[in-house]
Design a protein around this ligand. Structure first.
Ligand code: PA5
Length: 429
């Protein structure tokens, strides 16, 4: 399970501030449940947990196994909600170096021509045994029109067509809306395999749909376990929402107190992408109508040597959210060194995980002393089960907190502004 501890943040609030915020969070949750709040037509991310579709999970699992058996490289082509969730889970549960199954490579999440050119050259290089690489491509775009993704797909599709003319329709998998968008036209024209993103699930809430589940399954994660732990968390929080309400209320009360920044941080570098997913989930959901706390991310202890100074002593406008992992999957224990010339023998017998944990506790104490309200989220262990729980907990917390702010968590009208300007400059008609 995951556990959240808001006590070190509540210390910065008066009792009645928290009580009022908690009441607001409770009302917000009721609105979500009875579909009477803003954007209620976008609650599919809850409905799919209330009524799981086993057939889709089976289909994803069996296709992923097939791909794992045949692919050397699996390209995930998407941006925003069509990129960050899958990447967060793949990185949280994968290895730092190398991997057992296909190498997962991301594309379509920016517009670097150099990146794409180098990617194509990399795909063209033979493997160590002299054989060409076997490549599969999953293009993910709900709208089917997002420029970054569509451009990368155009380039990669051409390369794949030349390289794999005989089985191209098996190698390209499209994840998109049921209808509409240029991607659906290409699917019809070329017979690519298709997974549907439900209409009532927005991008940043879509990691538990085929958007996230197919890449996650191809990386070797048991998506049924992941999904069903999200289902259990959904059921648990429907009956007993105290923890998620306390969290949302604390965040909202701190916002009302003038906090305008939430630093999302972790001492585990494998969770960097997970804080990136959280950043998007919060940022795109709450940042509208001139409201919300800017979600920043930091990766500790690395960033303690950069923005740690600011967090400790800079403008006092922030709260901090620590995402921690209780037990390590692998670690190294420090050995006693004869002579102790580097002066580190006082740490001998301790593992990196234990030392890192003390770094976390020390940082937590220092930041609280520096007047930063801190929330601690702990994950027992990095595995599919706990990450499944984490995903739903934060989706629900985000929706409740946004309803406290009285904004629609599920739209992103501001994103269109840059697109309009860009398309005008590019001469799109
Ligand atoms: O959360 C969102 O809705 C966005 O971040 C989208 O996921 C992102 O803009 C990509 O959109 P699409 O899947 O339509 O290409």
């Amino acid at each position: 399970m995951i556990k959240t501890d808001v006590t070190q943040a509540r210390k910065f609030l008066a009792g009645d501030e928290f009580t009022a915020a908690f009441e607001k969070a409770s009302t917000a949750f009721e609105k979500i449940k009875n579909r009477s709040g803003k954007g209620a037509e976008w609650l599919g991310w809850r409905d799919m947990l209330a009524d799981p579709n086993d057939a889709i999970l089976e289909e994803i699992d069996s296709l992923a196994n097939k791909i794992r058996g045949k692919a050397d490289v699996f390209i995930v082509c998407g941006i925003g909600g069509s990129h960050l969730g899958a990447r967060a889970v793949v990185e949280a549960l994968g290895s730092f170096f190398g991997c057992e199954g296909p190498e997962i490579i991301y594309a379509g999440h920016q517009m670097s021509g150099k990146y794409l050119k180098e990617l194509v050259s990399y795909l063209e290089q033979s493997k160590a045994d002299g054989e060409p690489k076997s490549v599969y491509l999953n293009v993910i775009s709900k709208s089917g029109t997002t420029l970054e993704t569509a451009l990368a797909f155009r380039v990669l599709r051409k390369w794949m067509n030349n390289r794999f003319p005989d089985d191209i329709s098996d190698r390209i998998i499209c994840t998109t809306s049921k209808e509409g968008g240029a991607l659906n036209e290409l699917i019809v024209e070329h017979g690519y395999k298709k997974f549907i993103i439900p209409d009532d699930v927005g991008g940043r809430f879509s990691v538990l749909t085929p958007v996230g589940l197919l890449p996650i399954a191809v990386s070797g994660v048991d998506v049924k376990t992941l999904f069903y732990e999200a289902v259990s968390t959904y059921e648990k929080l429907e009956d007993d929402p105290q923890e998620v309400l306390e969290y949302a209320a604390t965040k909202y009360a701190l916002y009302q107190r003038g906090k305008s920044l939430d630093v999302l941080t972790t001492f585990d570098p494998q969770l960097k992408a997970l804080t990136g997913w959280l950043q998007q989930l919060l940022g795109e959901s709450e940042g509208k109508e001139e409201k919300g706390m800017f979600p920043a991310t930091a990766s500790f202890s690395t960033d303690l040597h950069s923005i740690g100074q600011f967090i400790q002593q800079g403008t006092r406008n922030m709260m901090e959210t620590f995402i921690t992992v209780r037990s390590a999957r692998k670690s190294i224990t420090i050995e006693e060194l004869p002579g102790n010339h580097d002066g580190l023998n006082y740490l001998s017998g301790q593992s990196f995980h234990e030392i890192n944990t003390q770094a976390f506790y020390g940082t937590l104490k220092a930041h609280i002393n520096g007047d930063v309200p801190c929330v601690v989220v702990s994950i027992d262990k990095l595995n599919a089960q706990h990450i499944g729980a984490f995903i739903y907990f934060f989706e629900l917390m985000t929706a409740i907190y946004c309803y406290c702010l009285e904004v629609n968590p599920f739209n992103q009208p501001g994103v269109e502004d840059y697109k309009e300007e860009m398309y005008q400059l590019l001469g799109k008609r």
